[in-house]
Design a protein around this ligand. Structure first.
Ligand SMILES: Cc1ncc(COP(=O)(O)O)c(C=O)c1O
Length: 400
């Protein structure tokens, strides 16, 4: 039987997210309803659901409309357009990531995974029998791991390198020159690179004019690249459970499609229709503009909070995505982040995620803050957190 460790961040959210007043743990841009989605469209008369369409399994690999819209997005800045045939839809990116590991690695294989990150990215390959090495990023290097370290981790049986860009929980970005080096190393050894890009394109603090602005890894000149994406985060539609896998390598797509027949068959037709509507040219621009504006507005509030409490916390300001990793301490000694989060929740109703519990023991004192929820929730929650820090930080246990 497969040994399954607790998926700590999902367990924490399951336990607390519906029992808090200010959810500042959420990683989705503030979710929208179908009515709000329609309001964002330039063509409000267009149907979202085709009510007369029989609810068969639909197109097995994903609807033509959804895959064409996705292919258009990946083709926009790439030298070569991407065909819809290079895309498979999935029930959320959680399943996209699962499938990549399920189809590609097993006992005898070695996997290297960017860290810290979303736990399933490194734990699923482990559950499937692969040996996993963590490629660690440190705060002092702006949460960017070192290429020299990657080179030293590679073994003859390294099958897959997994990265997450932009990163959850740090909000760091692996920039274009770094991605080029990563591809150079992987291609030298013929290793597949999988990049979880669910936080693309929430770029709140870096612009395409920046020379380091990261393209999708799919636009780099290497066929053995897989990217995964999602409607949940940047598109504020977690409730439809739509994610995807894209690769320029048809063999990889076929391998993943074979595995997907066992786990998925197809994705809900209703969900895919909503996703296709959201990604349509008529809607996507205003939807993303809303979410990036929300991220910028709320990040300003968070930055003020960090400055106001700079005797008790520190961070590397995130460049993209919906999360920040903030370290709380008392006179330089990290707090016990679980005790901090539990007391904060009890006293104020504010929910954060404890870093050392959900992202790795070494992240003592860290909390993950999801700051792209509604501005009022963030503002009131951060104000209450400032009061808590002033009044109760002395009562919080220190990390051991
Ligand atoms: C990095 C990362 N990948 C994947 C997922 C899962 O996303 P989805 O809702 O598309 O399944 C999450 C959710 O938090 C995430 O942070």
């Amino acid at each position: 039987m497969v040994k399954i460790e607790s998926f700590s961040v999902e367990k924490w959210m399951d336990q607390y997210e519906h029992h808090c007043e200010h959810n500042i743990a959420e990683t989705c841009c503030a979710s929208i309803s179908i009515d709000q989605l329609r309001e964002l469209s330039e063509d409000k008369g267009r149907e979202i659901f085709q009510a007369s369409k029989p609810l068969t399994y639909g197109s097995i690999r994903g609807s033509d409309e959804l895959r064409s819209n996705l292919a258009r997005l990946y083709s926009a800045k790439a030298t070569n357009p991407l065909s819809p045939d290079n895309i498979l839809t999935t029930p959320g990116a959680i399943q996209a990531n699962y499938l990549c590991a399920y189809a590609l690695v097993g006992p005898g294989d070695h996997v290297i995974c960017h860290y810290p990150t979303y736990q399933s990215l490194y734990d699923v390959p482990k559950q499937l029998g692969a040996e996993v090495d963590l490629w660690k990023a440190k705060a002092q290097n702006q949460w960017v791991p070192e290429i020299a370290k990657l080179k030293s981790l590679i073994k003859p049986n390294t099958k897959l390198i997994i990265v997450n860009n932009p990163n959850n929980p740090t909000g760091a970005v692996l920039k274009r020159p770094f991605l080029q080096e990563l591809i150079d190393v992987a291609s030298e050894h013929g290793i597949i690179v999988m990049c979880d890009e669910v936080y693309r394109p929430v770029f709140h603090s870096i612009t395409p004019a920046d020379s380091g602005f990261p393209p999708s890894l799919l636009s780099m000149d290497y066929r053995k690249v897989i990217v995964t994406g999602s409607m949940s985060k940047a598109y504020a539609l977690a409730g439809i459970r739509v994610g995807w896998i894209a690769s320029r390598d048809p063999e990889i797509i076929e391998q993943l499609a074979e595995a997907r027949h066992y786990t998925t068959i197809s994705v809900s037709q209703l969900d895919e229709q909503v996703a296709a509507y959201a990604l349509h040219q008529n809607t996507i621009h205003s939807l993303l503009a809303r979410n990036i504006k929300l991220a910028k507005t709320n990040l300003e509030l968070l930055e003020k909070f960090v400055l106001k409490n700079d005797d008790a916390c520190e961070w590397v300001k995130p460049l993209a995505g919906t999360t920040a990793f903030v370290k709380f301490h008392r006179e330089g000694i990290p707090v016990d982040s679980v005790d901090f989060c539990e007391k904060l929740l009890k006293e104020t109703g504010v929910l954060f995620v404890p870093g050392n519990e959900c992202f790795g023991e070494e992240f003592k004192g860290y909390v993950r803050i999801g700051f792209v929820n509604h501005t009022e929730i963030i503002k009131e929650g951060l104000d209450k957190t400032t009061k808590f820090v002033r009044k109760s930080l002395d009562d919080v246990k220190l990390a051991t």
